[in-house]
Design a protein around this ligand. Structure first.
Ligand code: NDP
Length: 290
């Protein structure tokens, strides 16, 4: 089977590496050097130009937002073949992906949204969880391909359902990171050692992925790696807020989380990691973590 993989970022690069071990994979990236390096190091084929990707049986995209995906769809639409399957692993907007699916369907091209969770470490180790929106038939076609990059592949519902549940679950994580950081800072200000505060949290009811895995490295060891851009996280929470608006729902905690993350993004800039919101919480209190 011929695959075209578009978007060799922090997630896409390792995902395409796994796929290239089992399939004939053509890679394309806006910055061409990354595609050339992928081809050199992982046995994929670097496309001469984007148009070359249209010859594939399966297209895979993982780009910042649905806007960039749509630009690629626009560019390739005239040359796509009937029967092609388009898998979009971007954390995108479910409403945009429904429209994209309709445009592709008019050309006989199937579409599933298949965003991923599990961070760069999950992409490196092929242990991602992947939530898929699409018909049962299209899910059945996509599943064996996605299984090469992930461990848990879940059919979430029709087109858009994958994108919707992805941004909702990321919003849960965002709110958890924020409240956990606030309470840990308060513990520190009260005079409790941060390691002790984390030990109690992780042995008790406040335990979460944030307290167990994300915060200790940053707050205790002072290591702040860039693994997931705050800009992407802010985008996800804003999409979740737009779903709430669309459903005429009352979700004040989600609204607050969105405002806090957007404010943090304005302070920290495009290249900040999402856990750096903890720095903003310290700044809001006129202090630092260490
Ligand atoms: P990166 O910022 O690392 O990579 C983005 C990719 O998109 C790069 O290949 C970049 O190309 C390409 N790109 C950006 N703008 C354009 C454009 N206008 N046209 C064509 N290509 C473009 O992002 P990630 O890999 O971290 O994230 C990708 C998606 O996965 C996002 O939706 C994110 O929310 C989601 N995600 C990320 C996770 C993470 O931990 N990083 C975890 C789960 C989901 P170039 O190399 O030229 O810049």
């Amino acid at each position: 089977m011929k695959l075209a993989f578009i978007g060799l970022g922090a997630m896409g690069f390792p995902m395409a590496r796994h796929l290239a071990k089992q399939h004939e994979v053509t890679v394309w990236n806006r910055t061409a050097e990354k595609a050339e390096r992928h081809a050199r190091e992982h046995g994929s084929h670097a496309a001469r130009d984007l148009a070359e990707c249209a010859a594939a049986d399966v297209m895979l995209t993982i780009l910042p937002t649905s806007r960039e995906v749509d630009q690629i769809v626009d560019a390739l639409l005239p040359s796509l073949r009937r029967g092609t399957l388009w898998i979009d692993a971007t954390s995108g907007d479910p409403n945009v992906s429904r429209e994209t699916a309709k445009r592709l369907a008019a050309k006989g091209v199937a579409f599933v949204d298949a965003p991923v969770t599990g961070a760069t470490v999950g992409a490196e180790n092929a242990t991602l969880t992947i939530m898929v929106g699409g018909s049962a038939d299209d899910f059945a076609r996509a599943e064996p391909i996605l299984r090469v990059c992930g461990k848990t592949i879940i059919h979430a519902g029709p087109v858009g359902a994958g994108h919707a549940i992805k941004v909702l679950t990321n919003s849960i994580m965002g709110a958890t990171v924020w409240i956990t950081s606030e309470c840990l800072l308060l513990a520190k200000q009260f005079g409790i050692d941060l390691k002790t505060a984390l030990a109690v949290t992780n042995a008790g009811s406040g335990r979460s992925n944030a307290s167990e895995n994300l915060l200790p490295m940053r707050l205790i060891e002072g290591k702040w790696p860039l693994v997931f851009k705050l800009a992407h996280h802010d985008k996800d929470i804003r999409i979740a807020a737009s779903i709430s608006h669309q459903q005429h729902a009352s979700t004040p905690m989600l609204a607050l989380t969105q405002h806090l993350f957007t404010a943090a993004l304005h302070q920290l800039g495009d290249q900040a990691d999402y856990i750096e919101v903890a720095r903003i919480i310290a700044l809001m209190n006129g202090t630092q973590w260490s």
